[in-house]
Design a protein around this ligand. Sequence first.
Ligand code: ATP
Ligand code: MG
Length: 414
Amino acid sequence: MEPKIIPRKEHCISRKQISPNALYILYHLHRRGFIAYLVGGCVRDILLGRKSKDFDIATNATPGQIKRLFRNCRLVGRRFRLAHIHFKDEIIEVSTFRSTINPHQTTIGEISDNNKEKRYHIKDENGMILRDNLFGTPEEDALSRDFTINALAYNIADFSIVDYCDGIIDLNQRLIRTIRDPYTRFKEDPVRMLRAIRFSASHNFVIENIVWEAICNLSYTISNVSPARLYEEIQKLFLFGFSKKVFHLFIKSGLLSALFPDILRWISLSRKNMSLIYNNLDYLDKLYKDGKVLSIELFLTFFLGPFIEADALVKHKNNVPYKQALENVCKDTLKNICKTVTLPKRISNTVHNILSLQQSFRTVPHRHPHSIIDKPGFPDAILYLRLKTETKNGKNDHLKWWDQFLKQKRMPPA
Ligand code: ATP
Ligand code: MG
């Protein structure tokens, strides 16, 4: 299939928008006679007038050839063999063109890892790709990507855009469309469902009807993904200023039920519970937009706090001391989440700290405030107190006291 070529004059990508390190690699590969494309999210984002945070390169040079061309190169990855080229403050990922799935070359189960550059492609019995190292052509590489808007390439040879999947049309229509059948693509890699939701929420794109239908029908398969990978994805979904939209799409698609069943149960109990979480995530998004770097602990507190605190209160009413009830519910809730999403122990401990600090904040003037401000999660705990105060539209003498204390200490208010 011939791609659509959009010549240099007809698109807005200029070399000034590309990282100088990425340009250096592209030119070096090109000079040595290799095809060198800038690919993926950076092409999409530059075309949309957004700043790109990472620059990925695809080439027909094999990982071994790339390694020989760049001294500062390390080969990484099991599932996809990739080259990482290290610079002082940036790592650029260079991958060899990948092939699409060829059912005749699909093997079920594991195979030996002796020859890293061997052509292979392994799926499990559910159709999920376990390992994928089949080198291909530029066309195959484009077709192996998840969405049409992510399959555009910028060719350093003539500065044109190479479009095999009508990505430009979809970009202009702000449409998220899978490359090939969405059911097959989501079965191969259920994380693609989360990626569709992420791009829809972060870029304000519409998910094509059939793609949305596939997500709704396959949402339960997200639990086949490794908890460690889901932990990575959850951070990308909730810490960058569009968590409220993601939450909405999670509820509608069934992904909430697959990933956070406790929360779904709790918000289904009352409208008030539901709007509390929406409100908290809205607040979280505003903090991000005001320039705050959000921590996963803060997200988890805003997201799970209302549920954990309400449940702890129920237990407290049944005569369990509040401190202990909070600890138990917190532990159980986070342990349940860990069945699907890995949460490092340090993170779970800090979330518990943040919630239990809410109790300590109530005693003002506090006799040992210094012992509190050193606890992990203290700034996030103050933020949670602020959120709760502002949600209730009320004044809070405890918050006022702590703000005053921090001011005297010349510590920035959280
Ligand atoms: P971001 O702005 O978050 O970096 P991105 O689209 O660049 O978005 P990356 O994870 O950096 O996302 O991946 C780079 C490119 O690799 C994507 O644009 C897409 O073409 C391809 N890709 C990434 N993950 C998948 C996947 N699970 N399945 C198919 N292609 C993928
Ligand atoms: Mg990227």
